[in-house]
Design a protein around this ligand. Structure first.
Ligand code: CAA
Length: 258
């Protein structure tokens, strides 16, 4: 897969998508989000890929939507092109596990895209923020919703209303990121996690992701009901038989994704 704004590389069952507009700190322009949508569509169809890593540069994961493209926007134009709906949501819609490896700035749409991933591993130089209010707008790609669900009302209000940036340790303390590691270890740590996920049964990992995500959309009892049905359905898979047999036989499981 060759793109103008992305670098895509594969390592076994893991695909690494690197946002690659260094001069604009990976600002998320229309071309980039379209290419990202295209890459994710292809990776979803690629049976060999079990986990994706979305990352940027050491200086910026992404400094937000491309302000040069937005500045002359009109309501009707943005509505017609479904700005932040059409291509951006492909990260949230992606059905396989996807991890954000964040170094440097993850601001505005950059923070929002990272939050669309299943979890975030941050380098110690990461900076998160929803600075849109400084531009006379507010987050438009899920920031007011996903940030609030991730860190609670008080911190989300603080971030969205002041537009300040949050360092990696604060992001970790409030639950926005799952781990913070030294910058030099970011890709190695994330790759290790991604390889672990890719070695699992793909359908079981996908269903696990679906179950966790369902907790954001349902009541507790509906979520538990959904989880139980999915759990029971897993007993129709070969991978459940293999996983449990391997444990009993004290060997490593070999999942077939069936
Ligand atoms: N859009 C377009 N270009 C951007 C950009 C963005 N979001 N962020 C940075 N750039 C460009 C700069 O214009 C600059 O380009 P030139 O060299 O051609 O002048 C280049 O990237 C480097 O940026 P800086 O010189 O500003 O670098 P810095 O180290 O001094 O500052 C920064 C870094 C604090 C991240 C600063 O660039 C900044 O504040 N960027 C904007 C962040 C922002 O407001 N993001 C929200 C965008 S709106 C949004 O995302 C809406 C949504 O909900 C989806």
């Amino acid at each position: 897969m060759t793109y103008n704004t992305l670098e895509v590389t594969k390592d076994g069952g893991v695909c690494i998508i690197k946002l690659n507009r260094p001069k604009a700190l990976n600002a998320l322009c229309a071309e980039l989000t379209k290419e990202l949508d295209d890459a994710l569509t292809k990776l979803e169809a690629d049976d060999k890929i079990g986990c994706v890593i979305l990352t940027g540069s050491e200086k910026a994961f992404a400094a937000g939507a491309d302000i040069t493209e937005l500045k002359d926007g009109t309501f009707l134009g943005m509505y017609k092109h479904d700005v932040f709906g059409l291509y951006w949501e492909s990260v949230a819609r992606f059905r396989k596990p996807i991890i954000a490896a964040v170094a440097g700035y993850a601001l505005g749409g950059g923070c929002e895209i990272a939050m669309m991933c299943d979890f975030i591993i941050a380098a110690d130089n990461a900076r998160f923020g929803q600075p849109e209010i400084n531009l006379g707008v507010m987050p438009g790609a899920g920031g007011t919703q996903r940030l609030t669900k991730a860190v609670g009302k008080s911190k989300a209000m603080d971030m969205c209303l002041t537009g300040r940036m949050m360092k990696a340790d604060e992001a970790h303390a409030c639950g926005l990121v799952s781990r913070v590691v030294p910058l030099d270890d970011l890709m190695e740590t994330t790759l290790e996690a991604a390889k672990k996920i890719a070695a699992q049964s793909q359908p079981i990992a996908m269903m696990t992701k679906e179950a966790v995500n369902t907790s954001f959309e349902t009541t507790l009892s509906q979520g538990i009901h959904f989880e139980r049905r999915l759990f029971q359905s897993m007993f129709s898979t070969e991978d459940q038989k293999e996983g449990m047999a391997a444990f009993i036989e004290k060997r490593k499981p070999h999942f077939n994704n069936k």
